[in-house]
Design a protein around this ligand. Structure first.
Ligand SMILES: *Cc1c(COP(=O)(O)O)cnc(C)c1O
Length: 336
């Protein structure tokens, strides 16, 4: 193990020893390359720099109490990346190649997978960019797929906690028929200002309503949303939400725990009826929402200062599966 202070890691970038790369040229993927170089040398006319041909993924490697390192549903990340590739006209990275590269980067950087006790993990960032020179607006024919890892601290330093979020109607993250369902950098660029303002005002993150009518709930910045009432897990259905693997897993766990599950449009007024609410994603698993403030309408929805019973149960179950301490009956984890 490296001499790293695992207890005080931020969610930032820390250099690891290796990253893995694969180039797409002449209509096919090449061999996997391993490098210690943290930089990319690319053409100034590369399409990723000009026209946003850039896709990414986010996942984690967990050091488990049984000593093994596990990944959580990596084939889902591969499938989502393939969907993003189709969405912005890039060649799809085959699932086998994706998983081989993820395993390789984790094995090569084993010493950077934090201890179980620290609550920290190795965050894995697969990145696909258009590298061919192109000035006309069209997809290029050369791509680079790179995966690096970086240790990140636990999301909740003082334990599982609730936070307030801000509905800001003057911002949209993604258009209804735009790229919201794809994990592309452009959606993040569009969210930076709202996110910055929300932080300035003391919120955990900005919260989006549908951008066509501002009537329905979309998602919480870079995390999906769910509400709970009458033992039912309710999550919005919309054409601009990024399909979260955490949310998909929580829907299954909710069902396994005996809850009802609904994925449907959620009108803003319904927020007032939820007993619990949360944001979900790889980073936090669940980040319970204490309060949702609709800043423009001067309305506020309260879900309690402490995580509710269902949110806590869902959080503990998903974390238990990820760390191999709860039976993985759906075969979601993969040992590295
Ligand atoms: C990545 C992402 C999520 C969370 O997805 P997970 O697969 O659960 O990590 C949610 N919303 C947006 C906008 C995202 O980019």
């Amino acid at each position: 193990m490296k001499k790293i202070d695992w207890e005080n890691l931020p969610f930032g970038y820390l250099r690891t020893d290796y990253n893995v790369r694969c180039y797409y040229r002449n209509g096919k993927w090449g061999e996997i390359e391993v490098t210690t170089d943290e930089t990319l040398n690319i053409h100034m006319a590369a399409t990723c720099l000009h026209y946003g041909q850039e896709a990414f993924e986010g996942m984690k490697a967990y050091r488990c109490p049984d000593g093994k390192i596990r990944l959580f549903r990596p084939e889902e990340n591969a499938k989502r990346l393939q969907s993003t590739c189709r969405g912005i006209m890039m060649p799809e990275v085959p699932t086998d190649l994706f998983i081989e590269m993820v395993k390789k980067v984790v094995r090569l950087n084993q010493e950077f997978v934090p201890t179980y006790e620290s609550g920290a993990t190795l965050y894995i960032r697969p990145l696909l960019i258009g590298t061919g020179a192109q000035v006309g607006v069209k997809p290029t024919n050369e791509y680079l797929f790179v995966i690096f890892g970086t240790p990140v601290g636990p999301y909740f330093k003082g334990g599982f906690a609730s936070n307030p979020y801000a509905i800001m109607r003057q911002f949209d993250r993604a258009a209804p028929l735009g790229t919201g369902t794809y994990k592309v950098g452009g959606n993040y660029a569009a969210s930076l200002r709202a996110n910055h303002l929300a932080h300035e005002k003391g919120y955990a993150s900005e919260f989006y309503l549908d951008c066509k009518e501002k009537k329905y709930v979309d998602e919480c910045g870079a995390a999906n949303f769910f509400g709970i009432k009458n033992d039912t897990y309710i999550t919005p259905k919309s054409t601009s939400i990024l399909p979260s693997i955490t949310n998909k897993s929580l829907m299954q766990i909710a069902e396994d725990l005996g809850m009802k599950v609904e994925c449907r449009p959620v009108p803003e007024e319904e927020l007032a009826t939820f007993e619990e609410a949360g944001a979900c994603g790889t980073a936090a698993v669940i980040s319970p929402i204490s309060r949702l403030d609709d800043l423009d309408e001067g309305k506020s929805y309260d879900f309690g200062e402490k995580p509710g019973p269902w949110s806590t149960k869902l959080y503990e179950t998903l974390r238990g599966i990820q760390y191999g301490t709860i039976e993985d009956k759906h075969g979601w984890t993969m040992e590295v």
